[in-house]
Design a protein around this ligand. Sequence first.
Ligand SMILES: C[S@@+](CC[C@H](N)C(=O)[O-])C[C@H]1O[C@@H](n2cnc3c(N)ncnc32)[C@H](O)[C@@H]1O
Length: 202
Amino acid sequence: MAQKRLYDPDWRDRWFEWRNGLDVEAKVPHERLTATAPGDIAFATSYQPMAIRTLKAVHAAAARTGIAFRRFVDIGCGKGKACLWTARTGRFPACLGIDFSAELVAIAERNRRIFPTPVPVEFRVANARDFRLPDETSLVFLFNPFDDEMLDLFLETNAVHFRRRGSVIAYVYDLHREVPAAHGFRTVHDDPKRRLSLHRIM
Ligand SMILES: C[S@@+](CC[C@H](N)C(=O)[O-])C[C@H]1O[C@@H](n2cnc3c(N)ncnc32)[C@H](O)[C@@H]1O
């Protein structure tokens, strides 16, 4: 699935990587991803990291909900940039990133070990289709990781969680917004310029 226009780093992103000695910016094309469930690569987008300026917009939108989130969860965390940058801000008590590519999670782990954060960060190899969110109110971050079919499976797996915990989806490059809507989510924030929207079951 092509998403060339999405990769748009600026000096903040280059500085963040260089200053901290991280490996986060290099893209991994969709066809070079190796995953625990190779069949699911067909549903996936390429690895490319979120730009810091958009992450800031995500944090600002999350803060405006007034919800005391217990965790930032990145579904399709890749090399871990969104979790690590978020953890450094200390705005969430904990961060968790999952990705179905063991290779990318190994890089995220290496990044984590050299990047001290004031709150814990955890990376796990897991597939969104059967991954169950931790039982606490979370900001569930999705940077267009997969297509509508996989998004539907992820929401189905976590339907009880979203109803019970009121976790919020922060969806960037929100191509498949009709899927959360079909699962009973309402849009609580909409920023069409950045293609960022927040969704919640009320
Ligand atoms: C666009 S990248 C997002 C990177 C990261 N969230 C960030 O903002 O820096 C999408 C990621 O989703 C992962 N992914 C795709 N399908 C997945 C699935 N079914 N389960 C878990 N991860 C998946 C890919 O391996 C890729 O690393």
